[in-house]
Design a protein around this ligand. Structure first.
Ligand code: NDP
Ligand code: MG
Length: 392
């Protein structure tokens, strides 16, 4: 039976890789909807190529321009155009949709991902920020909605592949080991970090990704967010999730057991692998990426995390320990600080300083509803913006 897919964030790095995998298996998938934000030409091209039933953008003001571009490229394209946050949630929860790729970046993806969870979809989760912000709420929506949450983030997909399928096996898990490449500044002298540019920060040594996650990888906030993501996905306390630097990024993560065994997943650094895995699960399908040739892959090395270089990890651990609104505050402050860094308004080291200040200023509160999560998100953005305006 064909899967009917909505791809939230189709024009991004994950969205494009997803479409590459789908192109290989036209007999298995039907595309219901594609969504984008600023890249209207990219979305229109995808509509011409893939003929989705619907294409969605977040703002009504973008519709005329999108319609004009689409008419110019293909006047006969049957795709219906929609706009607004409500339309994003609709295409994530429509009854005919079986599968939702959640690949919007940041908090902007929360409402639609939650809508997919509440309506019982198979969710391929790339948008880790939504789970970080609303862990208890999202996991409850998954259970109550009867959804199936499959990790696309390469580390979590690796853990999922090694994760015992039965209760008895799970009780034997001692810890999980999240691997981290170390990003572009693993060996940069600490005093030079204030001078690094957005271009340098986005030059990830191993992965080609969107700008926000590239900067998160450079500060290692990405690994902090992933630690929180792992706790929710696998029901683990933060002390059972360890981070290890693995510059080659060939082992995508490991599960350690009480009998002294590690299970690991290895593969090329290409997101089509976890995307193809999650799409086909519980089957397997080709991703277009060959198996690693281990005889030429070279040595695999591992180093401890240098905490002074990457203070973002401790901030994320503290936020996870604090619970309540703390992870949402952490995430929102990070989004504001990263945007300011990318715009050239903030130095690299000040990203984590800003987040630490926001967490100091705002008390953690209990939160059980989407409104409370969004309120924490708003307060943290406001506080981060005030801190940044004071710096200028
Ligand atoms: P990109 O920046 O490449 O793409 C983001 C997508 O979200 C684009 O389609 C963009 O549209 C859309 N978008 C951005 N802002 C909004 C908004 N306000 N409302 C609706 N849509 C919006 O990001 P990535 O593909 O790199 O990352 C996507 C998610 O996947 C992130 O959460 C990231 O952490 C996660 N992830 C990514 C990995 C990677 O290898 N790239 C690996 C693991 C996880 P447009 O381009 O049209 O503006
Ligand atoms: Mg990852």
């Amino acid at each position: 039976m064909k899967q009917h897919l909505t791809i939230l964030g189709a024009t991004g790095s994950i969205g494009v890789s997803t479409l590459e995998v789908l192109r290989r298996h036209p007999e298995c998938y039907e595309i219901h909807a594609l969504t984008a934000h600023r890249n209207l030409l990219g979305l229109a091209r995808q509509c011409v190529d893939f003929r989705p039933r619907l294409a969605v953008v977040p703002e009504a003001a973008q519709l005329d321009e999108l319609a004009r571009i689409l008419r110019m490229l293909d006047p006969h394209c049957p795709t219906v155009l929609r706009a607004g946050e409500g339309a994003l949630e609709e295409v994530a929860s429509a009854p005919e949709v079986t599968t939702v790729m959640a690949a919007i970046v940041g908090a902007a993806g929360l409402a639609s991902t939650l809508a997919a969870a509440r309506s019982g979809k198979k969710i391929l989760l790339a948008n880790k920020e939504s789970l970080v912000m609303s862990g208890p709420l999202m996991m409850q929506a998954v259970v109550q909605g009867g959804a199936c949450l499959l990790p696309v983030d390469s580390e979590h997909n690796a853990i999922f592949q090694c994760w015992p399928k039965d209760e008895g096996g799970r009780s034997g898990v001692e810890k999980v080991l999240l691997t981290a490449s170390g990003g572009p500044f693993l060996n940069t002298p600490l005093q030079d970090l204030v001078k690094v540019t957005p271009e340098q920060a986005c030059q990830h040594p191993k992965w080609r990704m969107g700008k926000k996650i590239s900067v998160d990888s450079a500060t290692m906030m990405n690994k902090g967010l992933e630690l929180i993501e792992a706790c929710w996905l696998f029901g683990l306390p933060p002390e059972k999730v360890e981070i290890v630097i693995h510059p080659q990024s060939l082992i995508h993560s490991l599960v350690g057991f009480i009998d002294g065994s590690f299970l690991a997943q290895l593969g090329h650094t290409d997101m089509r692998i976890p995307i193809a895995h999650a799409l086909a699960y519980p089957q397997r399908q080709s991703s277009g990426v060959p198996l690693l040739d281990l005889t030429v892959a070279g040595p695999l090395t591992f180093l401890p995390l240098e905490r002074q270089r990457f203070p973002a990890v401790a901030l994320a651990e503290q936020a996870m320990q604090a619970g309540g609104t703390a992870p949402a505050l952490l995430n929102a402050a990070n989004e504001v600080a990263v945007a300011a860094f990318l715009a050239g308004h903030l130095n690299f080291r000040a990203i984590t300083d800003t987040i630490a200040q926001v967490l100091d200023q705002l008390p953690t509160q209990a939160c059980t509803t989407l409104e409370e999560v969004m309120e924490a998100d708003r307060r943290a953005r406001h506080s981060a913006e005030l801190i940044l305006s004071g710096r200028n």
